[in-house]
Design a protein around this ligand. Sequence first.
Ligand code: MGD
Ligand code: MGD
Ligand code: SF4
Ligand code: MO
Length: 655
Amino acid sequence: MSTEYKLCACPLDCFDLCSMRAEIIDGKVTKLEGNKEHPITQGFICEKGRKHVERMYSPLRLTHPMKKVAGKFVEITWDEALDTIASKLKYYIDNYGTLSIAQFNDGGAGGQLKEVENLFFDYLGNITMFNGNLCWGAGIAAQQSDFGDVKGHSPLDIYNAKTIIIWGRNPIETNIHIVPFIKKAKEKGARIILIDPIVTATAAISDWHIKLKPKGDTAFACAVAKYIVENELYDKTFVEKHTKGFEEINEYLKTLDYNELYMLSGTEQETVASFAEAIVNKPATIYVGYGLQRYNNGGTTVRSIDMLGALSGNIGIIGGGVNYANKVYSSYINWEAVAPSKKSQHRYIAKPRFAAELSKLDNPKVKALFISRSNPVVQLPNSDGAAKAISSIEFKVVLDHFMTDTAQLADLILPVTYFMEETDLVYSSMWNGYIFYNQKLVSRYFEAKPEFEIYSMLAEKMNIVNFPQMNEEQWLNKLLSEAQDIGIDISTLKRNSYAYAELNNPVPWSDYRFKTSSGKFEFAEPSRLQNCFAKCETIDAESFRLLTVHGRESMHSQHLITSKIEHPLVYICREDAMHFNIKDKQLIELYNEYGSLIAEVCVSDNTQKGVLFMKEGWWKKNGGSVNSLTAHDVSDIGDQAIYNECKCKIRKQGA
Ligand SMILES: Nc1nc2c(c(=O)[nH]1)N[C@H]1C(S)=C(S)[C@@H](COP(=O)(O)OP(=O)(O)OC[C@H]3O[C@@H](n4cnc5c(=O)[nH]c(N)nc54)[C@H](O)[C@@H]3O)O[C@H]1N2
Ligand SMILES: Nc1nc2c(c(=O)[nH]1)N[C@H]1C(S)=C(S)[C@@H](COP(=O)(O)OP(=O)(O)OC[C@H]3O[C@@H](n4cnc5c(=O)[nH]c(N)nc54)[C@H](O)[C@@H]3O)O[C@H]1N2
Ligand code: SF4
Ligand SMILES: [Mo]
């Protein structure tokens, strides 16, 4: 018996990007645990991380390529699968042009070589692609407008803050490795303020929970800004030297009525004043989550939070910052070195508009659709519409590990390798600045193949002569050929499994050189803020706002594969439950113009009047996705899906 221990990284779409130690006995991974040496992971991983072993060897995993014959999937060889794809593509391209081919992928697993999918389609020609964002797009666009780039403080800098503001984020469930940092900062005297309409698990570690109305953040931020400016509490040096647009903001704030702002945000004078006093007592750091930007005004909401960071002078200082995400590496990966000589001009649909636009596209219609690293039938807004749109396409290919609700709709399914069966580079954290070299640890499960190999084989079948034909090592060396510039050396990365780029400034913007066109921090235009309020419409007494949150036990739909529940839970407050005469555990139907869903009631003190909430990710077998009810629309900036912009009515089952 041989036992080895090797390091690897969890590539799930998570803030934490854990370093894991794999126990390998006789060529099989038997256990994964948190690497004790890694400064962020600190020796523990979550349930999803530990489940990688079970999932990799799961009897439910796809083992062979399959094609649908008379409604049933049958196993085929890779040769047949790739020949079928090559001849279909050739036929569609000859008859309808390259735009009739579409490719959809998302963040199901981080990995540089996964992006070879996109490169293949760049070589194929101008195809139909999907831009916009399901996840964090509005906030990214917001910070790009204000700062010119999206940068976060070093995780360790949290210890320097007097106040830690967790704004619309739920780290106890979604970012568990920041929790020890928060707790330690608290022990050292920091005060923790949570801003969330829901009493989340994170409320338990907070000193003060400000329960806003959903979508009330911009009004709250403006009230706080007005208080700060009126009382001359703002950082005059920072504002004068390093910002653009203060005059306009100042004039605009004067026109706002506090009572209106309290009403829109669901707060009161005392809350606004205390919060303002806390944030100007520097340093205060803000950690912004992603739920609050999944609204039609989501980008402006994040800009209003940035505004508070700037007015209070918490930008560029130790222990400060408006931390939304941390984009470090993507611009340093040398895709130019492998790109086709002719740049493609793809046709784009915004991802959130998939259900509305895919089947309407004309000249040409989409004939073939490739889906990878995503489960759009569950995760896209208006998921029933998305499923219909996918079904309407003649030829659908899905690359996945499992038979998901999306894979069920495919004509051809390609089984892909698990991260421990492939070599790749991972830097998918939205919070910390680590980068990992994931070495292949074990042999591949049955006939699964990595995406880069699948597309390299397809390129060969299709005679795309210039497509780079390389092994994993060669690909990564090429892509990292400029990594020395950021202090990343491939051999060190390989030896240590991970590295931290020198270019990560622990305190972003400390040089006050913003990447905006003015070189300054730029305040949002008053008209945007005003427009935001116009969109904060009240809803009638018979309707609810429905929020969706990410659950601890699953990464979106992935870990619910084995869940046996028959109906998802919907949380409702006592007052509403009484009013509608609804009891705990009762089944109710939620419905709106997009669709309907049957859910089990959980009467709870954790939500507020007129607001329901559910977890996302449920499969058809579990009663269906909450996205049956969400709108296929986009935010003000960043083309972000607006999942929380969801209103519905309820009726008792059978009523
Ligand atoms: N266990 C687990 N971890 C995950 C994920 C997962 O699925 N499971 N997903 C990962 C991914 S891809 C992402 S994007 C992140 C998301 O990480 P988070 O942003 O932390 O999580 P969310 O649940 O999307 O939303 C956070 C909070 O936004 C609140 N919210 C909703 N509307 C409003 C509003 O109007 N104002 C305010 N202030 N708050 C509001 C919700 O109540 C919720 O508590 O988590 C990552 N980590
Ligand atoms: N209502 C509502 N909907 C939401 C959200 C919400 O808050 N509310 N959150 C949104 C957010 S933040 C996000 S990021 C999206 C996530 O949306 P998705 O990325 O579609 O969600 P997952 O369920 O994680 O699906 C990923 C799929 O990729 C597969 N996969 C895993 N690893 C690999 C791999 O190496 N290769 C390939 N080819 N496949 C792999 C998994 O098996 C799984 O089927 O969902 C969005 N949807
Ligand atoms: S899902 Fe996140 S917290 Fe869990 S092991 Fe992976 S990276 Fe770590
Ligand atoms: Mo996300």
